[in-house]
Design a protein around this ligand. Structure first.
Ligand SMILES: Cc1cc2nc3c(=O)[nH]c(=O)nc-3n(C[C@H](O)[C@H](O)[C@H](O)COP(=O)(O)OP(=O)(O)OC[C@H]3O[C@@H](n4cnc5c(N)ncnc54)[C@H](O)[C@@H]3O)c2cc1C
Length: 405
């Protein structure tokens, strides 16, 4: 393991100036999982999250079981915090035509409020320096590392990869940066990522609610015009109700309440939930500019992880498992790197290869299937085809999911 001797750092309450080996930008599942594994390997990590834990996040909150053992290995058993097992899938078209399927691997439901919070507590316990409520403004490459003396480095180590990270709470000098800041962030513009100047046509909306209209073990995906809505159980007898809508619905109806009033009533399942369920938020969590475009995995030596590296369409219910899986691949390689087993260029090559092998096909399959959702006719055709050829439905599920990791 590389030895690091810390020189004095200056620090004031409001404006810190510190140095570290790895800085992780974004404390969602990808960032938190990386931070825990790296800290356990003795690597000095700062994780920056613009919100303060616990907090709500737009997400369907269904996690594929492929990630369960990994989450447990991080120190959180979701079932200790009220997670609910989900093994059936319902899919309905706007007219109410419904398909029912068993989910071979299945998953579990738990809120991001709880899961991210519990992981953040483990990260702190493992020694991760979490800067909560701190916003990363910019990232600059090619800085001299002034506050760290590297002992036993060899020529192949990453000492040439020096970054200066500007935050709302001061600056950080860092050898390596992990970009785990999610689907879209100011940093995409700063890093001039290919897709950053484009507009993306989706908004995401989430509520928690209570209802007796849904069985506990079902994840349902109900289509409406130009969108689809997932509903499934989470902890404390609550359900997560989360939808993705094309922004043309906002253009036409102006407000999300109006989209729900005008379009959800067409689908009998959504209509009933809207009328009878007890909605627990005063107002929903909303995000816009949701992008499923291919992204570059490594931008100017910033190692992307989770949604920052590529986001699967939410209908697949696999984004969280992928974010966690990518954190495993990346943190394994970083641990080898800081143990002087591989240099930074080899790390980048391996990361690109393993990530592509694991996720590229899934992302493509997700983008393809998404075309059939949110249309009155297309979702009807899809459901009838799946009813007629159930093996095709199972094939699509397997193409958009991975194996346990
Ligand atoms: C509508 C919708 C429904 C979904 N449903 C599901 C589902 O049911 N199952 C599933 O598996 N996946 C689902 N997903 C996908 C899933 O939410 C993501 O794949 C997952 O959250 C990715 O985790 P992450 O750690 O990469 O990013 P995130 O969880 O988004 O975390 C990124 C973090 O970075 C922080 N951040 C951003 N910019 C900065 C900055 N400049 N400075 C500091 N912090 C910053 C953010 O505050 C955030 O906490 C859904 C997505 C959408 C949009």
């Amino acid at each position: 393991m590389i030895k690091i001797k810390q020189k004095e750092t200056t620090q004031t309450k409001e404006n810190k100036s510190v140095s570290t080996q790895i800085t992780i930008i974004g404390g969602g599942l990808a960032g938190l999982a990386c931070s825990i594994r790296l800290a356990r390997a003795g690597i000095k990590v700062i994780l920056i999250e613009k919100n303060t834990y616990p907090f709500h996040k737009v997400c369907g909150e269904y996690i594929s079981n492929e990630a369960l053992e990994y989450v447990k290995s991080l120190g959180v058993n979701p079932f200790d915090f009220g997670a609910v097992a989900l093994d059936k899938f319902w899919l309905s078209s706007p007219s109410g035509n419904k398909l029912e399927l068993d989910l071979p691997l299945g998953g579990f439901g738990i809120s991001r409020y709880t899961l991210d919070y519990e992981l953040s507590k483990i990260a702190k316990k493992e020694g991760v320096d979490i800067w909560e409520g701190v916003f990363v403004k910019d990232v600059n490459k090619g800085m001299e590392i002034g506050n760290w003396e590297l002992e036993n480095t060899n020529e192949n180590n990453s000492s040439e990869n020096k970054f200066l990270i500007e935050t709302s709470n001061g600056t950080i000098e860092s050898q390596i940066i992990i970009g785990s800041y999610g689907k879209r962030s100011n940093l995409d513009n700063k890093l001039q990522r290919d897709f950053s100047s484009k507009n993306f046509p989706y908004i995401g909306v989430k509520y928690h609610l209570k209802t007796n209209l849904m069985p506990d073990n079902v994840i349902a995906l109900h289509n409406f015009w130009r969108g689809y809505c997932g509903i499934s159980r989470i902890e404390d007898d609550k359900f997560c109700f989360c939808y993705l809508s094309h922004k043309d619905n906002i253009t036409d109806f102006k407000k999300v309440e109006e989209i729900e009033k005008q379009l959800f009533t067409e689908n009998p399942f959504l209509s009933k939930i809207l009328k009878e369920a007890e909605f627990l938020y005063d107002k929903p969590e909303i995000i816009n500019q949701v992008s499923f475009s291919p992204k570059k995995l490594i931008e100017d030596d910033v190692l992307m992880c989770g949604d920052s590296a590529g986001m699967i369409t939410p209908l697949c219910g696999n984004g969280m498992a992928m974010a966690l899986h990518s954190s495993k691949i990346l943190s394994d390689l970083l641990i080898q790197h800081f143990d002087n087993q591989i240099d930074f260029n080899t790390l980048k090559k391996h990361y690109q290869k393993r990530w592509t092998k694991q996720f590229q096909l899934r992302l493509k399959a997700g983008r393809t299937v998404q075309h059939f959702f949110g249309g009155r006719q297309s979702s009807e055709i899809l459901i009838n085809t799946f009813k007629y050829i159930p093996s095709l439905a199972r094939k699509v599920v397997s193409l958009t999911h991975g194996k346990e990791f």
